[in-house]
Design a binder for this molecule. Sequence first.
Ligand code: TXA
Ligand code: MG
Length: 332
Amino acid sequence: MRPNLLCPVNAKLCMATFKTQVVSETENGAVSLAVQHLAAGNLVAIPTETVYGLAADATEYAAVQQIYKAKGRPSFNPLICHVADVAMAKKIVTVSALASRLMEIYWPGPLTLVLPARPDSPIAAPVSAGLDTLAVRCPNKGITREIIRKLEKPIAAPSANPSGKLSPTSAADVLAGLDGKLPLIIDAGDAPEGIESTIIGVKNDKLYLLRPGTITADEIAERLGQPVLDRNEDEISAPGQLLSHYAPEASVRLNATEKRDGELLIGFGDIKGDISLSASGDLSEAAHNLFKTIRNADKTSTRIAVAPVPNEGIGIAINDRLKRAAAPRKDA
Ligand code: TXA
Ligand code: MG
């Protein structure tokens, strides 16, 4: 297969309109096609175990700039560097003993670590948006690690959605939000976890929760035998934690125990609703279904109500996303 570009020159030089190609991860040549595009400075949507990412060669300034442009992402909001293994992470960040233990336990997997950037890091400046730290993650998705390994460079990849909108859990979701803004989407079906990685900041041998996810702060604290602190305790920077995020077109009402006129009710457990995050009250299942269910609800109703989800374990990450989905919008 050959890259299917409408832009006649290297995409570093122009923000082309692409015919976006969707290629299954099982198709022969999918990995080399993705690597070819990334090496040419183009964007590629990649599957991960959490949500789909919008990837570029993290060492190429112009390629990384395209991510911000395609998403309409504010330039102050840094990107996660995805690596193939711990050795690749060590080339871009300083890995303390504590960070190293976290990598041993949870990588590959849905845990992002914010660590000091190495002074000799080859990562392009816009990735860290001016901070002296970098977020690193090793995704638990074989094809994506293979792409990174073959590129021989980390890839910068935020979730593959227009800024402020719901994260994509399928290739179709990526296409719906970014069609024409990138040449290639690698399709690996439904993302298994369904919500983005847990983000932990490691600073002066302390751990800080920057974003809750399916690996919970309590679990990490127990495994490491030390607390995971609130990021506000030491004013740890988390520029991406904006109040309005994950916004569907519809309005969102939380903690709804019954449906009001004109609403579509998303249920959980005993509250059945029109559609349920998990009829059995399973929080992992609810996380897997969260963005997908809100997307579907958004297609059929202008008013969405959501049943209460217990604020414990993975429920903390689900409620974090729901709170942002329901927050007043910038343009409202
Ligand atoms: O599961 C995930 O993490 C997905 C997949 C694609 O890997 N990625 C993802 O990226 O959710 P994004 O850009 O949508 O969210 C990354 C978050 C943002 O809130 C950003 O502000 C934060 O990570 N972040 C990145 N670098 C940081 C840094 N150096 N310090 C603090 N926060 C950082
Ligand atoms: Mg995102």
